[in-house]
Design a protein around this ligand. Structure first.
Ligand code: ZN
Length: 89
């Protein structure tokens, strides 16, 4: 591998790692682990696809949320955010 290739791969790792880390963080997953693995150049696309199909996790009890639960911000196990939103009306 030549010098340009090494620099390109390092650059890719950092940029892709940050983007995938942010994406993982939005799903309440470990952004450091996902970013580190996902930034690895041959793995980026695969990791991105896997992450896209993985469900969101509840930030409180880390249980996978169903689509409807996520929209309602209502985890059926720990009742996340349901109290504060219902009290406004
Ligand atoms: Zn929960």
């Amino acid at each position: 591998m030549n010098m340009f290739g090494i620099i390109f791969n390092l650059f890719w790792w950092i940029i892709a790692g940050i983007l995938i880390g942010m994406f993982a963080g939005r799903k309440n997953r470990n952004s450091y682990v996902w970013g580190f693995i996902g930034g690895f150049p041959p793995a980026t696309i695969i990791v991105l696809l896997i992450l896209a199909f993985m469900p969101y996790l509840c930030p409180k009890c880390h249980r996978p949320l169903k689509d409807q639960e996520r929209k309602d911000k209502n985890c059926s196990v720990c009742g996340l955010l349901s109290n504060s939103e219902n009290q406004t009306s």
